[in-house]
Design a protein around this ligand. Sequence first.
Ligand SMILES: Nc1nc2c(c(=O)[nH]1)N(C=O)[C@@H](CNc1ccc(C(=O)N[C@@H](CCC(=O)O)C(=O)O)cc1)CN2
Ligand SMILES: Nc1ncnc2c1ncn2[C@@H]1O[C@H](COP(=O)(O)OP(=O)(O)OP(=O)(O)O)[C@@H](O)[C@H]1O
Length: 186
Amino acid sequence: MKKKSDVRKEVLTRLSELSAQVTLKEQKEFDVLAQLSAMPEWQNAKVIGTILPMTKEFDTYKIIKQAEKENKRIVVPKTKPERGMDFVTYKIGDALEKTSFGVKEPVVTDIALKSEIDLLIVPGVGFRSDGYRVGFGGGYYDRFLSDFPNKTCSVVFQEQLAEDWEPGEYDLPVSQLIIDQLSQEA
Ligand SMILES: Nc1nc2c(c(=O)[nH]1)N(C=O)[C@@H](CNc1ccc(C(=O)N[C@@H](CCC(=O)O)C(=O)O)cc1)CN2
Ligand SMILES: Nc1ncnc2c1ncn2[C@@H]1O[C@H](COP(=O)(O)OP(=O)(O)OP(=O)(O)O)[C@@H](O)[C@H]1O
């Protein structure tokens, strides 16, 4: 059994390697996007929660562009003191500011109610196949998910799968993982 901190380190190394393979990473992202946008929960969603990505993360701009094409409202996190987050409307081109952690957040804050977010795409570093996740260690999503009423999923590279660790008392699984189907040799 591994510690969550070791899983985080191990997966971040694999994500660095994947980020260097720009074309492979993009192919994986388009593969996952195709699976995601075929889901009934995506098709029925009016409001979708996602993130603004850092370099090693899944390029969620692909997801945001697809959602805009389908006239869906996109909301992304705006962090607050005490490890809280609001989800605020984001459209491509909106003004952003960088937090001390290095994540971009919208300047303007048009906050969505939790119950308005039909589908929340939860970020993470490592994932067990049953949906338990290791994040960057902020605990933001574990807090947010504790009373989130709607569908959750995560978009995941095969490189992020890590089974050999035990979730902690606050950890909550996402209800569905969407994993790239590209073979490692592709
Ligand atoms: N792209 C993206 N946005 C996201 C997340 C994410 O995983 N990915 N988050 C997913 O949760 C939230 C931000 N996550 C964070 C996780 C950890 C720390 C953190 O450890 N902060 C340190 C200080 C770091 C610094 O300022 O350099 C600390 O608070 O001690 C901050 C934010 C919201 N936005
Ligand atoms: N619902 C909660 N209430 C109080 N503390 C919490 C809650 N959820 C998580 N925490 C605390 O937050 C800290 C970070 O949690 P953890 O290591 O699980 O973060 P993570 O899953 O990697 O990050 P994130 O959820 O932001 O992606 C831990 O100390 C944990 O005890």
